[in-house]
Design a protein around this ligand. Sequence first.
Ligand code: NAP
Length: 483
Amino acid sequence: MVARVIPVEPFDLVIFGATGDLARRKILPGLYRRFRDGQMPDDARIIGAARGRMDSATYRREVAALLNELVPPARRDAQSLRAFCRRIEYVALDAAGDGGWPQLAALLREDVVRAFYFSVAPALFGELAARLHEHGIANADSRVVVEKPFGHDQESARALNATLARHFDEAQIYRIDHYLGKETVQNLMAVRFANTLFEPLWNARFVDNVQITVAETVGVEGRGAYYDGAGAMRDMMQNHLMQLLCLIAMEPPFRFEPDAVRDEKLKVIRALDPVDGRDVVRGQYRAGQGLAGYAEDAGCGASDTETFVALKVQISNWRWKGTPFYLRTGKRLSARASEIAVTFRAPPHSIFGESERWQENVLVIRLQPDEGMKLHVMIKEPGPGGMRLKDVPLDMSFAEALGEEGADIPDAYERLIMDVIRGNQTLFMRGDEVEAAWAWTDPVIAGWAAAGPPHGYGAGSAGPEDAERLLHRDGRRWREIAP
Ligand code: NAP
């Protein structure tokens, strides 16, 4: 069965930063896939913009070469590549200058959706917003897509919100967190709110603990200059892990629509307890397994920036009081694996006796690799020999369950860009949500100063040993980081 694709309305999408890493690796390949799937109307247009001087024909050739390199052969063909590239224009302009803007204005059409993707350094977001207005390019129906990081702390996030608000209504601003565009993350909402099975159990009475892990094998690669001023807490925890926590913990929204969902997420952030210093572990990777350490990778010399952070988080509301949420994220870990594991409490009494092996029921929501879900349940081991119990996973892996359709899941970015065109903000962060997330994060970071430098951990390991102690103390263990 092949998924039914409904085309979006005609649009002009301007990508500022069209020659940058994000545009090349994610935005343009994602748009091509949507085009090839028939989701883009025939007259949709993509306009690349950056300072580099070149004409549209040169940019189109660059995009074609890029797609030939990045899109697997089975997912591209010469005819659709040519047709896609015909939709593309390029304008050379400086976000902070005046040249190029009249040319951009001349290219845009009146009667289609206008979307502006700010895929440039955050320092330029305000400049872009102001120029769009000065040159009469943005209209009341225009949308702007804003990349992360959204601020560095609560104060800067508030300032950025205020800058954008001078030129755009909140309903026009799409703050992207690509984790929300992942298929499994949305499926998490379907599982929670479209089944009767889980919701009655989804509370502190039945859930023992929740673990959220985002483990990367990559180091800081070429991003040392940015990363050294940010660290794992700002780069990953404040946004991606926090958003996952919100979706797990939130109350059922009255409807699956933008403000209903975002109101519920905001309530979760506001109900988070301040994090006690004993409930935080910071780490930084050192050289190991033939891999360089952070200082060398980042090219920054000695630094106290954390490349790993683990937290025990408590939510003070009726649903979750007493169920800890353990969150961890890090670079240069042993495997690339992102998952949410909801562990249910033990049955109140074992009729099979104490000696019988028993494992908790765990719902594992896997974000990458191999998006899907597994529900671990206990069954009787088949065959003779009495009542022996066995833990088996009920596998809801998309590729297997959904066949061809499940194997071809759209990438988070392509889904989110199409949501921008549709005018659907459900999977984008609202300004007050981002500020509240920083308000919770800032004191944790402020506590670093008194806590001393981060713990070292070997590149390619499971992270600092102290992160284990965070759970041992509570009589629990982290799940293994496995691909
Ligand atoms: P990048 O590789 O450095 O690209 C920056 C782009 O902006 C280039 O096209 C550059 O082209 C253009 N640019 C720079 N100054 C400009 C100016 N004054 N006026 C107009 N264009 C200008 O950056 P990136 O990695 O693509 O990141 C873009 C944004 O996405 C950043 O906010 C970043 O934090 C965010 N982000 C990136 C990733 C990722 O995986 N790369 C992931 C998450 C978020 P010219 O120099 O020719 O102007």
